[in-house]
Design a protein around this ligand. Structure first.
Ligand code: 2HG
Ligand code: ZN
Length: 469
């Protein structure tokens, strides 16, 4: 058996390698995904430069060792988990912000930069990096690019892919490729950068990113509107969108989510609160004041139980508190939290939430649904107090998830709006994509990684026997 930890230690020094017996090794076998299958990596290697990443990939190719790249480990689908016999290549030590250029509106960063840190650094210079995954306080920009992460502000500003102009990547075998641009426009050649973003570490390791910035919007304001039920909240959202309103954030949460945050939230939700809508607008103060008025009037007209508005950062944070508390409160309340991120056409949100309730009734599994209503991207959480290590519980939870996926597809939706596929959703891909579409993706992956050592077994299901014959 190859002593890959020893070989990498000799190449990069012992400080770079977390090997067998190290108390932290198991951490690299886990991420934030629900019900993952745990196996620790043969070792984790914490690279500090492109050269080191390339050296690891050269050595692993020579010895046929699979490599799973890892950012901050905040992924929710098992994309960064090691495969049996494989190692983890972590970019957590590559944390340099190399450049912020206010004239060109770009930043050049290493992949381990924490997304929230990048946001603060550019905001200090009156610029704006919009993608805001919920984990922005600890997730990293390399992981965001690898998963094409979203977040609440994606409704107005789009997802990570729209902000990655250029990439440096290290490929299996050690080749380093720089592609893309730092200009605002550019259509030269095929768009390798867009193709690389969202591949969950299956093509290579991102070692540097050229990130697009925007001027910071002059002001922003937040509205929280509470409704008696989902139908009321859905009607208000549809009315506002039909009137041409373009908030930067348009979030929704159902009664179960509200009931879980109610005891912790400083805001006293009305007793009959059945749905909550959180909106955020930005722009010039005058235009924003008009938008806020429109939102308030429309929500009142449509029977909102309560509407709160905030302009000052501290007050806005208070309105966000309930939304931010949902995920941690559910995690605290249940031993099993299978959190999906399905996406349906906007007009089908209310129907999708009703179908989730139906799944809950049929299976006896508790649910909570919240998320990015503006994008139709719903976090369907399937919840249980049962033992997460009991195989029967796992089977039951994934069977319920499969029902949710079936409803999603029936409504014209997609399995993942922002978290990715990794291993947890890989085996459901056939529910959405044809064998032909899957096969083209397998060929594409093998073009970048002919030896299939780069995070193998992730994202795309293997060929079935019948297909490969
Ligand atoms: C969010 O938007 C996360 O808060 C999902 O993307 C969290 O489902 C979750 O727990
Ligand atoms: Zn989300």
């Amino acid at each position: 058996m190859t002593d890959i930890a020893g070989i990498l230690e000799r190449e990069l020094g012992s400080a770079a390698v977390i090997g067998p017996g190290h108390e932290r090794l198991d951490d690299y076998g886990r991420d934030e995904s629900p019900l993952p299958e745990f196996h620790p990596p043969a070792c984790a290697v914490l690279v500090e430069s492109t050269e080191q990443a390339a050296a690891v990939l050269r050595i692993c190719k020579e010895r046929a060792v699979p490599v799973s790249p890892r950012g901050a480990g905040s992924g929710m689908c098992g994309g960064a988990l090691p495969v049996p016999g494989g190692i983890v290549l972590s970019t957590e030590r590559m944390t340099k912000i190399k450049e912020i250029d206010a004239g060109d509106l770009v930043a050049v960063v290493e992949p381990g930069v924490v997304t929230g840190v990048l946001q603060e650094a550019v905001e200090a210079q009156h610029m704006f990096y919009p993608p805001d995954p919920a984990s922005l306080a600890f997730c990293s920009i390399g992981g965001n690019a690898a998963t094409n992460a979203g977040g609440p502000r994606a409704f107005k500003y789009g997802v990570t892919r729209e902000y990655i102009l250029g990439l440096e990547v290290a490929l299996m075998g050690g080749e380093v490729l720089r592609c893309g641009r730092r200009t605002a426009k550019g259509v030269t050649g095929y768009d390798l950068v867009a193709g690389f973003v969202g591949t969950e570490g299956t093509f290579g390791v991102i070692t540097e990113l050229v990130v697009k910035l925007l001027p910071n919007p002059p002001a922003a304001a937040t509205v929280l509107a509470v409704f008696a039920d989902m139908a009321g909240a859905g009607a208000a959202i549809s009315a506002l969108l039909r009137e041409g309103l373009r908030p930067r954030v348009l979030e929704i949460a159902d009664k179960s989510s509200i009931d879980h945050v109610r005891p912790k939230s400083r805001y006293r939700f009305p007793a009959n609160a059945g749905a909550v809508v959180l909106l955020e607008v930005d722009g010039e103060p005058d235009a924003m004041a008009l938008m806020m008025e429109k939102i308030g009037v429309r929500c009142d007209d449509l029977g909102a139980l309560d509407v709160l508005a905030a302009h000052e950062p501290a007050d806005r944070r208070a309105l966000w508190e309930a939304r931010r508390l949902i995920s941690p409160s559910l995690k605290e309340a249940y031993r099993v939290k299978v959190n999906e991120d399905i996406c349906v056409p906007r007009g089908r949100i209310v129907e999708m939430i009703a179908r989730v309730q139906q799944v809950s009734l049929e299976t006896g599994i508790d649910t909570a649904v919240f998320g990015h209503a503006g994008d139709g991207n719903l976090h369907v959480n399937l919840l249980s107090h049962d033992d997460p290590d009991d195989p029967a519980v796992r089977t039951k939870m994934w069977a319920a998830a499969e029902r949710v996926f079936a409803h999603t597809i029936a409504l014209g939706g997609t399995l993942s709006g922002e978290h990715g596929i990794g291993t947890t959703k890989r085996d459901y891909m056939r529910m959405e994509q044809s064998e032909q579409v899957l096969e083209w993706q397998r060929r594409w992956k093998l073009m970048w990684d002919p030896s299939n050592l780069m995070n193998p077994g992730k994202k795309i299901p293997a060929r079935t026997k019948a297909c490969s014959e």
